[in-house]
Design a protein around this ligand. Structure first.
Ligand code: M6R
Length: 622
């Protein structure tokens, strides 16, 4: 292997600096609205938008509306709780709203956004973290009577300070943007100019939504798609002035910027649960459609449809480095098999948050592939920033068009899975794997019709699984009643086992581990007791007998076992038998029963399936 000519130590140090500068960011959510009188009721717009942002995880919510003065409603707790606090009798056409995930100060009414300046003239909502908050407090606000424990309050305090010193408000806001180190997406109301409101962004996501007789901001398209499908991207360090009939974008220096809107294809209905009790179940069921959509995007009738720049880059790469977290990293483990076994390209998979410590020797012509459903994962972004500095090529495979990882990488491949709202990722996992399979087979010059047919068959087989859910509910009720559980598998099934384990533990809170079946006897088997569920996945002929031996081993020590197998490898007692698919692509199918088992285990425990405790959909904290 050729080692690139740079010092690993300096790489590690440089990444460390980036990580420190990047700091601790969590994914709060923001919505803002201004319209002409009698357009939409701002309360409905804000509350509906905040509900759409709930999937990101939050612990408090609040809104501020303007009607002859500022009215703030906020508290710790859910948006549903916030709705009960809002005074219905106030109508308004200007407002900003926020869901908060506590970073500075515990979840409480006092720490919830919006926050106000001392005179109450300025009101702000903020997503992100101000890393030099203490420095700013000491330098500019030493005697300021802060009300909350948040870093956010510094923003309004500083704006007001500069305005009181004679600075025009828009200049004061840009001045504050220049002083803040860290990440922010902010919405600001100046109660002296209620015909407009302001927004700004750096590193935290924020979009402008254009309406007829109103304009909006939202942390993502989903939060405001109900009202408009015309969006304008906001780039880092830009300052926005929104009025009911006009939106102006400025650089931090005050230079006006022209930018066209784009039409978002997301359907408002995609963000609804419809007939489903949970988004997770809906998204599990959507996997066949997602795969079919993927097929239509990535193939013509008889050929592949992938940007030649990407395939050329892949052809010239001597090693792929897959960087990802959580479920996406598990998809990466499967992708590695495709790139190595099908495309013959050496491939490494790295947990993005570990890349800094376990930085490998890097080849001459690496391609870094960032796998990320949301495209916003901070751990992955930190690696992207670094490898860009080093001049390496990057490809992001994501579900989120226009996301940070997509914008900042050289190339993007979308997985077209449709909005994934449940925190537990399901359809994004299978679609990520499918995209990597398509890339690898294209690189290996395998006839497009072959892989197309394989993926179409897989879509049908998944449909067969999701059409018969009763078995999964019964198995979950019968077996997944203990404190712990194990998934085991060998070869590619092992990678499915680790993802299956993550799915079960994150939503049912059953302590679950995914193990290489052969490794169990080297220690972990000591944990098997009477009734411990052990679930085995068997999709490869060469491991069938060995995995079955491992099942016997745990069974004889009291385990209650479930076997998920492909039909041609199945035995009469296997509880879940799946129609045969191409073995190397089997993870796209074998994961589905495990998603359903996790769903029903959580359901029977009465848990919050779509929003499991302590988790957020987009993890923008390092
Ligand atoms: O958006 P990303 O794919 O980058 O997110 C990475 C992980 O946080 C994510 O895959 C997480 O593990 C899943 N939501 C778990 O189901």
């Amino acid at each position: 292997m050729l080692v690139h000519n740079f010092s690993i130590i300096s790489l590690i140090l440089a990444i460390l600096v980036i990580l420190i500068l990047e700091g601790d960011k969590r994914m709060c959510g923001i919505v803002g609205y201004i319209g002409f009188k009698n357009e939409l009721d701002v309360k409905d717009v804000l509350l509906s938008g905040l509900s759409k942002l709930e999937y990101r995880g939050y612990d408090s919510a609040g809104i501020c509306i303007y009607n002859e003065g500022i009215h703030i409603f906020k508290d710790a707790g859910r948006v549903e709780h916030l709705k009960t606090l809002v005074d219905d009798s106030i109508t308004a056409n200007l407002g900003i709203g926020h869901t908060r995930w506590a970073t500075h100060g515990k979840p409480s009414k006092r720490n919830s956004h919006p926050h106000q300046s001392l005179s109450t003239r300025f009101t702000v909502v903020h997503n992100g973290v101000i890393e030099n908050e203490i420095e700013l407090r000491e330098k500019y606000l030493s005697n300021y009577p802060f009300v909350s424990e948040t870093d956010t309050e510094v923003i309004v305090a500083l704006i007001e300070k500069f305005v009181m010193e004679g600075t025009e408000p828009t200049i004061a806001i840009r001045q504050v943007m220049g002083l803040i180190k860290g990440s922010y997406a902010i919405g600001i109301i100046d109660s002296e100019t209620p015909d407009k409101f302001y927004a700004a962004k750096n590193k935290s996501p924020l979009l402008i939504g254009l309406g007829n007789n109103f304009n909006m901001i939202g942390s993502d398209a989903m939060s405001i798609i109900k009202y408009t499908n015309k969006f304008i991207e906001i780039y880092d360090q830009e300052f926005i002035v929104l009025a009911a009939d006009k939106v102006s974008i400025y650089s931090i220096l005050g230079n006006q910027i022209e930018r066209n809107y784009y039409v978002e294809t997301l359907d408002a209905a995609d963000t609804e649960k419809g007939v489903y009790p949970h988004y997770m179940l809906k998204e599990i069921d959507e996997q066949p459609f997602a795969l079919r959509r993927l097929i239509s995007e990535y193939f013509t009738d008889t050929d592949y449809n992938i940007d030649a720049d990407i395939t050329d880059t892949l052809r010239n790469t001597d090693r792929i480095y897959i960087i990802a977290a959580g479920t996406s990293m598990h998809a990466g483990l499967v992708g590695k098999q495709f790139f190595e076994q099908i495309a013959n390209i050496p491939t490494e998979v790295h947990i993005s948050s570990e890349f800094i410590y376990n930085t490998p020797l890097i080849n001459d012509n690496p391609l870094f592939i960032f796998l990320s459903q949301s495209g916003e994962t901070a751990d992955s972004r930190a690696v992207l920033v670094k490898i860009k500095e080093l001049g390496f090529k990057s490809l992001t495979i994501t579900n989120a068009k226009g996301s940070t990882l997509s914008r900042e990488a050289d190339y993007t491949l979308l997985i077209h899975a449709g909005v994934e709202i449940a925190v537990a990722s399901t359809k994004a996992y299978t679609s990520q794997i499918a995209v990597m399979a398509i890339l690898a087979t294209k690189e290996a010059e395998i006839d497009a019709t072959v892989i197309k047919k394989d993926l179409s068959l897989i879509a049908n087989v998944i449909e067969g699984i999701t059409d018969n859910k009763t078995i999964f509910k019964e198995l979950a009720d019968q077996y997944l009643t203990k404190r712990s559980c194990f998934y085991i598998g060998r070869h590619i099934d092992y990678f499915v086992a680790v993802e299956a384990a993550l799915k079960l533990k994150e939503i049912s809170y059953i302590q679950t581990e995914g193990f290489a079946a052969g490794e169990l006897k080297h220690g972990t088997i000591a944990l098997i007791e009477e009734g411990t569920p052990v679930i085995a996945i068997i999709s490869q002929e060469n491991i069938n007998l060995n995995t079955r031996s491992n099942i016997k081993e745990v069974k004889s020590r009291g385990a209650s076992t479930i076997i998920i197998s492909l039909k041609s490898l199945s035995s009469a007692t296997d509880q879940i038998v799946i129609d045969d698919v191409s073995p190397i692509l089997s993870p796209i199918v074998t994961i589905v029963p495990t998603q359903l088992l996790a769903y029903y285990a959580a359901l029977s425990r009465g848990l919050d399936i779509d929003k499991p405790r302590n988790l957020a959909k987009s993890v923008t904290v390092e």
